[in-house]
Design a protein around this ligand. Sequence first.
Ligand code: HEM
Length: 552
Amino acid sequence: MTPMLSISVSVSLSGVLVGLLVTFVGFLLYRLRAPTLPGILTAPRSIMTPYLGALPAIIQNYSWLSQWKNVWMKETLENQFKADCAALIKAGASQKEAEEQVKHREALVWSFFASPPFVELLSPRNLKFALGDAFWSFEKGQLVHDAFDELLGSGIFNSDGEQWRQQRKVASHLFSFSRLSNHMFNVFQEEADKINAFLHQQAASGAEFDFQRLMFDTTFDSICKIAFGMEMNQVGAKTAHPFCESFDMLQELVTARSMSTHWSWKLKRLLNFGSERIFRQHLRIVRTFIDGIVAERLKNKDEYADQSDLLTLFMQDAEKRGEELSPEYLRYIVLNFMVAGRDTTACALTWLFYLLHHHPDEEAKLVEEINSTLMPGVQPTPEAIKSLLKLEAAFMETTRVYPSVPVDTKECVEDCQLPSGERLPKGTCIIYTPFLLNRLPSFYMHSSNAICASWAKDCEEFRPDRWIMDDTAAGEGKKKIFNPSAYDFITFNAGLRLCLGKTMAITEGKCLAAAMIQNFKIRVRPGYKPQERVSIIYAMAAPGLPVTVERR
Ligand code: HEM
């Protein structure tokens, strides 16, 4: 090869290499750019940086994530509303005409770092589309499955398609089963007695304790009895159950996983490093506990045949169909029901007492209702508990202001168009955030129900009375609980995946709260402001809810 030729070959080779490098960097930058979707309102630059998406803002605001999201989303929607009005006014409309014609936006796009675009749904009709009318076009999706698979496996919360349909069928059959509901009521009453005994001790000592932990312990005890007939006796225990500690930690870690990039947490998992190392340790503890119970149940099937618990009923149902459920499948049934049955209701009860502490007038109404309905020292009947309307209203209002599941996502499995007009290409993730929507005036303004539309003006306030309405069918002066469409009140999800345990949660919440309110005043540490524990559920970060109690 002549020197000239070799120079030109090496020049062209380095040119190709530089070209490849530039293309690769360009491709990386293209992939990492914060995605936008044409025609959909985009989060402002202060939130969504060009390449890192919302990641810097998320890191900066992690300790109050849900509240922070509410603040900037509301601001963005209001600013856009004003801009849309200004455009109409410029075109000749009066201020009044513009405000009447312009509607708040019903979708907003943003993204985490290197994630697909997330489209936040902001109106009841868009929720109805995604969770109801176009249900089969939306699945939990790969992002959720990847992050949650090791914890929730093929359980009902983490499955799609036929696998989900089959579990939903069995589970809904179980929830409508009166044997189970009588069994549940007795379990809740036994728990109420245990809590009262513990609160008597605390009142006598005057010592401060974490009320949130007490609520998580009692719902743990009750779901263990309901799910697999086991007496855990955690209420009043000195230390938290190792399963509970690990289970709580795992829920925080999977939430953090779902907010970071796929490759970063997967690499850490591969290397067994950092948070993924901690994840593995806690997963072992959780699985050892559950697998032990499942193994015992499978070994001594006949001994448990007469029990009314969930595992027995699932196993009997499979037997009828000539199937045998694998230990792994049973493990995930139990774990999914733990999230569903323990954590959600515990959060709601904790926030209820926090809110009552700050609204003594509302607490006084409940004391009066409970004292005029329940005999002191006598176990209430299911009918008596059912008749406590003010208590139910306060519980529902708590789940509106502090929804136990603060945010949910789905992935679009085919191209769709939202009723509000925005197009969603296949692969887009949708987010709906009960913690935002339940406090967002424009969400209620979009409602076609007059009562819900009227909540726009005071949706950020805790006002239990909004749930009580006249029951004209039952007679003059009779009252009942307002039952809005699940698309207007999204706390318990909606459509085909509507929460199956709503009635159970309300019954448990009312049984326990009635017993506590009747006998004790629960007082939060003065000046205490709870911080958010960023997790699947909306709980308080350590130290939980520090309280003292006094006897009434
Ligand atoms: C205040 C209490 C509760 C709230 C706020 C609540 C809320 C929710 C929400 C938001 C979902 C949808 C989650 C998703 O997208 O996967 C859900 C689903 C579910 N909930 Fe509840 N829940 C509560 C209590 C309970 C209880 C006590 C049980 C019974 C053990 C239960 C059983 C379920 C089940 C089985 C599903 C799955 C439904 C499906 O995917 O088809 N929930 N719940």
